[in-house]
Design a binder for this molecule. Structure first.
Ligand code: AP5
Ligand code: ZN
Length: 217
């Protein structure tokens, strides 16, 4: 299956995709993670992406599609994927349909994670992740049991994202509403859309998503 998680920054796409990956044998593909890796590696695409990501805009469709197309051909993703943060524009959604059709496949379903915008700023502002295993945390909503030590792997190097400042978050929310929210209609028109209330506790959202993923596959 090819599943899409749609939602604004802070909706919990990354948090939930990691959980669904384990439960349903799918591979999480986050274009945000891929772009951050390209930035860290200092590739040409990474240098172009960095400037845009720093101000909370969307990276060009060309760069994103290049990175994703490469990843989709790798062996580990053939059983099924959960797309987190992609597609983000109508151009990307159409390109995904074409890419999948070339392999006789199609989008299985898209789930919109519905949240209250105002709450997203505080969710993002408190966020940090384990540098060793990538487990996500939040200062107030999901702290580590022992301060500074990852519950999952015992790692002690915690990271915060460069684009998680309040001003940048506002720009990211704006980009979501202008360019990504129209995809809710794109998938609804194709009868591929489902929605979950993503304002509840993390476990409750996982349960709601899991039930839908089970039905879709
Ligand atoms: P990307 O990395 O995709 O970031 P994003 O969409 O802004 O989403 P986030 O990662 O901020 O949020 P999330 O929904 O994953 O929430 P999370 O689970 O972390 O993109 C970054 C940038 O890359 C973009 O701005 C753009 O420039 C570029 N980019 C990426 N893809 C692109 C594309 N396809 N095209 C063009 N440009 C692209 O949760 C947030 C926090 O809340 C965490 O701390 C978590 O612990 C906590 N939390 C989660 N769920 C709950 C809950 N239910 N209750 C309380 N707290 C919760
Ligand atoms: Zn860890």
């Amino acid at each position: 299956p090819v599943l899409i998680l749609l939602g604004p920054p802070g909706a919990g796409k990354g948090t939930q995709a990691r959980r669904l990956e384990e439960r349903h044998g799918l591979v999480q593909l986050s274009t945000g993670d891929m772009l951050r890796a390209a930035v860290a590696a200092g590739t040409e695409a990474g240098r172009a992406a960095k400037a845009v990501m720093e101000v909370g805009g969307l990276v060009s469709d060309e760069i994103v599609l290049d990175i994703l197309a490469d990843r989709l051909t790798e062996a580990d993703v053939q059983e099924g994927v959960i797309l987190d943060g992609f597609p983000r524009t109508t151009v990307q959604a159409e390109a995904l349909d074409v890419m999948l059709a070339e392999h006789g496949e199609r989008v299985t379903g898209a789930i919109s994670m519905d949240v209250d915008d105002a709450a997203m700023v505080s969710r993002i502002a408190g966020r940090f992740t384990c540098g060793a295993c990538g487990e996500g945390y939040h200062d107030s909503f999901k702290p580590t049991v022992v301060e500074g030590v990852c519950d999952a792997c015992g790692g002690t190097e915690m990271k915060r994202r460069a684009d998680d400042k309040a001003e940048t978050v506002a720009a990211r929310l704006e980009a979501y509403h202008a360019q990504t929210a129209p995809l809710i209609d794109y998938y609804a028109e194709r009868r591929l859309l489902d929605r979950v209330d993503a304002m509840g506790e993390i476990d409750a959202v996982t349960a709601a998503l899991s039930a839908k993923v089970e039905r879709m596959r």
